[in-house]
Design a protein around this ligand. Structure first.
Ligand code: SF4
Ligand code: SF4
Length: 121
């Protein structure tokens, strides 16, 4: 279950808000998102995978929250650990060799394709 967001690391990009398939987060204008519906979390790890700042922690226990603190998560090096294991974090070479899904990040960075040609007469 999603446990916490680090205010120190979060840039407020809201990528996690868009990545979450069950709308756990709410955006906050000019600030980092909030975990608004924690009980809806499906422990899919998508928010942790997509966060470019390693600012999120999703616990492997699905029935949380576990109550783990940011201090403990930080001390144990858990922020971004799933992202590194899967190979989405820069420099996570072993994971990148085992799984190529990190290539989605390059697709995300490309400009959006143009819309359909105007049919105005
Ligand atoms: S993706 Fe990461 S940096 Fe961006 S808003 Fe979410 S927690 Fe913050
Ligand atoms: S782990 Fe999945 S369901 Fe839970 S907050 Fe993150 S993206 Fe949403």
């Amino acid at each position: 279950m999603i446990e916490l967001i680090s205010a120190e690391r979060c840039t407020g990009c809201n990528i996690c808000v868009r990545a979450c398939p069950v709308n756990v987060f709410d955006t906050v204008p000019g600030a980092m998102p909030v975990i608004a519906r924690q009980a809806d979390c499906q422990s899919c790890f998508m928010c942790e995978l997509w966060c470019p700042e390693d600012a999120l922690y999703v616990a492997p226990e699905p029935d949380g929250p576990t109550g783990i603190t940011l201090a403990e998560v930080t001390a144990r090096g858990l922020l971004g650990s799933y992202r590194r294991a899967i190979g989405w974090a820069p420099g996570s070479g072993a994971g990148r060799g085992a799984d190529l899904s990190f290539q989605l990040l390059a697709a995300e960075a490309r400009p959006a394709p143009p819309g359909p040609a105007s049919s105005a007469t």
